[in-house]
Design a protein around this ligand. Sequence first.
Ligand SMILES: Nc1nc2c(ncn2[C@@H]2O[C@H](COP(=O)(O)OP(=O)(O)OP(=O)(O)O)[C@@H](O)[C@H]2O)c(=O)[nH]1
Ligand SMILES: [Mg+2]
Length: 185
Amino acid sequence: MSNPQAPYAVVPSMGPDGVGKTTLAGALAHSLYARAPATVTPPRSVQVSGMNVGVFEFRTARRLYQYVDFENAEVEARLLASSPVAGGVLLVSAQDGIVRATDESLKRAREAGVPRLVGVLSKCDAVDDPEMLDLVEMTLRDRMQRYEYPESSPVVRVSAAGAMRGDPRWRDCLPRLLDALDSWL
Ligand SMILES: Nc1nc2c(ncn2[C@@H]2O[C@H](COP(=O)(O)OP(=O)(O)OP(=O)(O)O)[C@@H](O)[C@H]2O)c(=O)[nH]1
Ligand SMILES: [Mg+2]
């Protein structure tokens, strides 16, 4: 894993309870392991200030990442402000769209000085209507801008469940997310 040359980036995933953060973290680790086992550590739970946080590390050509999965919104709220991060992944469920907790995550990210966000539309497999996906994506982009995250921020459509199943429609969504992290953060 270690590559002293690579810049180190801590990247928390954020968003409402149940939006799919832990499933995405698992799918991401699984997909990295399947491609190149030496580039990723197994997800594990660590205690930070008495709270459980899921973490794993992985390496791309660009950086060494520590990906952080907060157990719930309260842990997100308490820990986000306390550690500097390279950027965040903000999940919005394609099924549910923006909810109040999405705004709370955006507000926290802004206040904690999270410099950039990559948007993720999660659970895209659960929505058949492409216009619905467009609408949720548009709303997410609009909301990110409201919190001064630029219009050009990437938004990636993901089905962590589909990727884990090996569904060909979703095979590429996790590599696309990694590319977005590499290029945007
Ligand atoms: N259809 C579908 N369901 C998903 C997907 N990802 C997660 N889910 C389901 O959504 C529910 C919540 O997923 P989690 O990954 O636990 O969500 P979370 O954001 O970690 O939730 P908290 O830790 O409670 O904040 C579970 O029932 C998952 O099976 C997906 O890609 N597609
Ligand atoms: Mg979780």
